[in-house]
Design a protein around this ligand. Structure first.
Ligand code: SAM
Length: 245
């Protein structure tokens, strides 16, 4: 699995991938990340990557030619999924991160200024990806988010595969609450069930807490028609406990 990032600020990535899980995945050869300077794909002496927008108004727009050249140069065997980072794109979620992780090569194009000449979105990119309904000053932070989220789904990147499976969204719900030592801190106690040694009971408690949290914070994720019968029972239990409070 290889990520190619095309940017006018390649140095921005020096620190971000030099720690943690992504760094370990790089060291172990599970993923590769190659950062390309867009200016290396210009052909004029000023290495110009941007120009004024047709039709007036302020700001600059990234030109199409260096971007097309860069993508054509970095594609392996003519393939690769080409993704333009854009606030107008498909929202990044666990499903999309998993899809990207299944690709052999993902090419990420980082926009800047007022954005990128529309011909890149229309004729070069397979996807436009947004990391949220807000506007960043450039696509570099968004590209780093995409790489981190997708890399977690590449087999062997996260130590225990189970921890990805249990993460928020992976199983359709938010994660259950996690606790560690000490058992009691400033009067705040860890739920007793976690010391019971009864794995079935602990599993049921975790599922119930995950359902409770998801129903409260993200009701859009808890759809009655897709719930397993045991989950429906747990939700009924939760709502009758709430009524008793
Ligand atoms: N004028 C554009 C618009 O309103 O849609 C915004 C351009 S933005 C200042 C510059 C670049 O940052 C974009 O081309 C894109 O690559 C990146 N960017 C900004 N917000 C983003 C987001 N929410 N998700 C992904 N990329 C984003």
């Amino acid at each position: 699995m290889r990520f190619d990032i095309i940017t006018i600020f390649p140095e921005m990535f020096a620190g971000i991938f030099s720690e943690g899980i992504v760094k370990r995945a790089l060291d172990r050869g599970r993923i590769r990340i190659v950062v390309h300077d867009l200016r290396d794909f210009t052909e004029d002496k000023h290495r110009q990557v941007d120009d004024r927008p047709f039709g007036g108004l302020e700001g600059m727009v990234l030109k199409p030619e260096p971007i097309f050249r860069a993508v054509e140069a970095v594609r392996e065997d003519g393939g690769g999924r080409v993704c333009l980072l854009s606030p107008q794109g498909r929202a990044l979620d666990a499903r999309l991160a998993g899809e990207l992780a299944a690709e052999r090569q993902v090419i990420l194009i980082c926009g800047r200024y007022e954005g990128v000449d529309e011909r890149v979105a229309e004729h070069l990119a397979d996807d436009e990806i947004s990391i949220g309904d807000y506007v960043l000053s450039g696509g570099e932070l968004a590209a780093a988010v995409v790489v981190d989220a997708a890399a977690r789904f590449v087999p062997g990147v996260v130590g225990k595969e189970g921890s990805v499976r249990n993460d928020s969204f992976a199983g359709g719900l938010l994660d259950y609450p996690q606790y560690t030592r000490p058992r009691e801190f400033r009067g705040m106690k860890v739920p007793q069930v976690l010391f019971s040694g009864d794995h079935k009971k602990i599993e049921r408690w975790r599922r119930k807490k995950a359902l409770e949290k998801t129903a409260r914070r993200r009701p859009d994720l808890v759809k009655d028609d897709t719930l397993a019968p045991e989950d429906r029972r747990l939700l009924e239990e939760i709502s009758s406990e709430r009524k008793d409070e």
